[in-house]
Design a protein around this ligand. Structure first.
Ligand SMILES: NC(=O)c1ccc[n+]([C@@H]2O[C@H](COP(=O)([O-])OP(=O)(O)OC[C@H]3O[C@@H](n4cnc5c(N)ncnc54)[C@H](OP(=O)(O)O)[C@@H]3O)[C@@H](O)[C@H]2O)c1
Length: 252
C-alpha cells in the first residue's frame, strides 16, 4: 500500500501494536483516527499526537459499529484505510470445560468485530480512488497455541476470511493485506520483556516496511517456518511448538 496521503482508521489503537501503527502512520503525515473503548486512553493518544482523532468503539457491539461507521464516513469522507487490529487473548484450556461467555467474547472481538466493521465501511471504501483493508491475524493463525485454543481458532478463521475477501474484491480498488505478528511484547497477555517476544518498535518498523511492498501477508522472517505449516504434515510441528511452550511458558 501507499504509506502516505491516507486517512487511516485503526481499532484497538490505544495500546500495543495498534498504537504503534497509528503513530507510525501519523508520523508519515497521514490523517489518523484511533478507535478504543476507554475514553481516557483515547484522550492520552490525542494529547500526545496533536491531530490524531479518537473515537469510542466497542468492537463486540454490532449497533456501536454501525453508529461509529455512519458517523465516521460523514466526519472523515476521505477515509480509505481500515486497520482491523483490536483483539483479546484470554487463556482457554480445551482439555476442560469451556467457558461459553469467554469464548463468545473472543469470537465477537477477534472475528465478528472485523467482519462487521469492514462490512459497515466497505461501501464507502469502494468509492475511494484507492483503499486498503488490513486484518491483524497472528502467527497463531497458522500454528495454534493450545493454551489459547479459541483465540488461535479466531485468528485462523480471520486469515481464511481475508483470503476470501481479497479474492472477492480483486476487481475493485480495495486491497486486502494481512499482518500476522509473531509474539510481540505488548499487554495482550502481559508485557514482560521476555526475550522470545519481539520488541514493539522493531515489529512496527518491519511491519511498515512490509506494508509498503503490497505483500498480501506481512510477517517477519522469524515466523516463516510456522507460516509455512506443512499441511497434512503439520502435527509434528504443532506438537513441538506447544511442547516447547509447556517447558517454557509465557509469563502471566
Ligand atoms: N502481541 C502479540 O504477541 C500479538 C501476536 C499476534 C497477533 N496480535 C494481535 O495484535 C492485535 C493487537 O494486540 P496487542 O498485542 O497490541 O495487544 P493490546 O495492547 O492488548 O491491544 C489490543 C487492543 O484491542 C483493544 N480492544 C480489546 N477489546 C476491545 C473491544 N471490545 N472494543 C474495542 N477495542 C478493544 C484494547 O483496548 P483496551 O486495552 O482498552 O482493552 C487494545 O487497545 C490483536 O488483534 C492481537 O491478537 C498480537
Amino acid at each position: 500500500m501507499q504509506l502516505t496521503g491516507n486517512t487511516v482508521f485503526i481499532t484497538g489503537g490505544t495500546s500495543g501494536i495498534g498504537r504503534g501503527l497509528a503513530e507510525a502512520f501519523y508520523r508519515l503525515g497521514n490523517k489518523v483516527i484511533v478507535a478504543g473503548w476507554r475514553k481516557a486512553l483515547l484522550d492520552v493518544i490525542a494529547a500526545e499526537n496533536p491531530g490524531i482523532d479518537g473515537v469510542e468503539l466497542d468492537i463486540t457491539d454490532h449497533e456501536d459499529i454501525a453508529r461509529v461507521a455512519a458517523r465516521l464516513t460523514q466526519s472523515h469522507p476521505s477515509l480509505n484505510v481500515l486497520i482491523n487490529n483490536a483483539g483479546i487473548m484470554p487463556f482457554d484450556d480445551p482439555s476442560g470445560a469451556v467457558d461459553d461467555a469467554v469464548s463468545r467474547r473472543i469470537i465477537d472481538t477477534n472475528l465478528l468485530g472485523p467482519i462487521r466493521l469492514t462490512s459497515a465501511l466497505l461501501g464507502h471504501l469502494k468509492k475511494q480512488p484507492r483503499a486498503t483493508i488490513i486484518h491483524n491475524t497472528s502467527v497463531l493463525a497458522y500454528v495454534p497455541i493450545a493454551t489459547n485454543a479459541v483465540y488461535s481458532a479466531t485468528k485462523a478463521a480471520l486469515h481464511s476470511y481475508a483470503l476470501s475477501r481479497r479474492f472477492m474484491l480483486r476487481d475493485t480498488r480495495v486491497a486486502v493485506q494481512e499482518i500476522a505478528p509473531p509474539w510481540v511484547d505488548t499487554d495482550l497477555i502481559r508485557k514482560s520483556g521476555d526475550p522470545r517476544a519481539m520488541p514493539l518498535d522493531v515489529f512496527i518498523e518491519r511491519t511498515m516496511a512490509g506494508l509498503a511492498t503490497d505483500a498480501r501477508e506481512v510477517f517477519v522472517d522469524e515466523i516463516k517456518a510456522l507460516r509455512d505449516n506443512p499441511g497434512s504434515g503439520e502435527h509434528a510441528l504443532v506438537d513441538a511448538f506447544n511442547l516447547d511452550l509447556v517447558a517454557n511458558p509465557i509469563p502471566v
